[in-house]
Design a protein around this ligand. Structure first.
Ligand SMILES: O=C(O)c1ccc[n+]([C@@H]2O[C@H](COP(=O)([O-])O)[C@@H](O)[C@H]2O)c1
Ligand SMILES: Cc1cc2nc[nH]c2cc1C
Length: 338
């Protein structure tokens, strides 16, 4: 945080001065790819992924320490009756992650990924966004800074996930603030809202965005007014990864809300990120398109907790291995095109 000035100042400066891709590594990866034992382009998007890894890691594509970071937060807006599950489920699921009983634990085992869970003051929900700002600037900036610590132990591929009952309402409010339309355009079932619960969810998003209107031109204000602790921490983690040259895979609807804040502040801010999957949450594809991305997977999932990103990490690991481990035509004695 700044010694003087406002808590967001350092983040604003960082967002205006992001490192770019490593063009020498990108060129080297393209050159190697052209020599590998396959017809040109035959590995399709896997080849693009290898180039992306080279450009944003600044090394030949290689994944040795992949990490899934799951950020958990609680939300005052749950008081509005916007979700079928009680807020206590957030902490219970964090305990389930620690015990190894959640879907994300199994996917991490399947793809040999590390898992770290960051719980963010779960007994202190953010303020209800229909009545006030979720966070003050100091708390929001401090939580972003905490999120930056996610990669402190060293990783070479970061999957961003979250857990937070009520946070699909938060994500919908962020998208409504950033992209306009009507509240209903961005509100979906989340964990299974329907009927009156879904109607209250639309009303809460409408009310929150109307209340904060006039302050929503600034993406960091959108984050602190309409976001939550896990959303702020995910934004910080994505930013830190850019600075440390760690490629990132974003999970579903809620993780994409954190990414969208950064993209609104700087259209290049997500160039080091892939969207792991398109969530079944109805608004997700529209958002992904606005970010100029194509999701890696479409499996009809809508769980969160990093599961879509972790599944996509398996594809990214395979892309890196093909690139680094395949023989060239010369090495294998395979004839090139006649
Ligand atoms: O990210 C997604 O695509 C997604 C879609 C639906 C639900 N979720 C998860 O469900 C929780 C929030 O749902 P809700 O209905 O309580 O707002 C939270 O823990 C998210 O991880 C996540
Ligand atoms: C059980 C449960 C598990 C979750 N994982 C991510 N969000 C979740 C929401 C619920 C309700």
């Amino acid at each position: 945080m700044s010694a003087s000035g406002l808590p967001f100042d350092d983040f604003r400066a960082l967002l205006n001065n992001l490192p770019g891709p490593d063009s020498a590594q990108l060129a080297a990866a393209r050159e190697r790819d052209a020599q590998l034992t396959k017809p040109a382009g035959a590995l399709g998007r896997l080849e693009e992924i290898a180039f992306w890894l080279a450009a944003w890691s600044g090394r030949p594509p290689q994944i040795n320490r992949p990490l899934v970071a799951v950020f958990a937060g609680n939300h005052g807006v749950t008081r509005q009756g916007v979700t079928p599950f009680p807020a206590s489920v957030t902490k219970q699921m964090v305990d389930n992650f620690a015990a190894g009983g959640a879907a994300i634990n199994q996917i991490c085992i399947a793809h040999d990924l590390g898992l770290k869970v960051f719980d963010l003051a779960l007994d202190m929900p953010t303020q209800d966004i229909t009545e006030e700002a979720a966070l003050d600037e100091r708390a929001c900036a401090a939580t972003m800074a905490f999120g930056m610590e996610a990669i402190a132990g060293g990783t070479d591929l970061l999957c961003i996930g979250e857990m937070g009952i009520g946070n699909t309402t938060i994500a919908a409010a962020i998208f409504h603030a950033l992209y306009g339309g009507s509240a209903a355009d961005w509100v979906g079932p989340g964990t299974g809202s329907e009927g009156e619960v879904l109607a209250r969810k639309v009303a809460a998003v409408e009310k929150a965005v109307a209340l904060h209107r006039g302050h929503l031109d600034d993406p960091l204000e959108v984050l602190r007014r309409l976001g939550g602790r896990e959303v702020a921490a995910m934004a910080g983690a994505i930013l830190a990864a850019r600075v440390e040259r760690v490629p990132v895979i974003i999970d579903g609807y809620v993780a994409t809300a954190a990414a969208a804040i950064l993209h609104a502040a700087n259209a290049q801010a997500l160039d080091h990120c892939l969207i792991g999957h398109v969530s079944a949450e109805p608004g997700h594809m529209k958002v992904v398109e606005r970010l100029g991305k194509t999701p890696l997977l479409a499996l009809g999932m809508r769980l969160g907790e990093g599961t879509g990103a972790a599944l996509a990490a398996g594809v990214v690991k395979a892309a890196a291995l093909c690139h680094s481990g395949m023989a060239t035509f010369a090495e294998a004695g395979v004839s090139g095109k006649a």
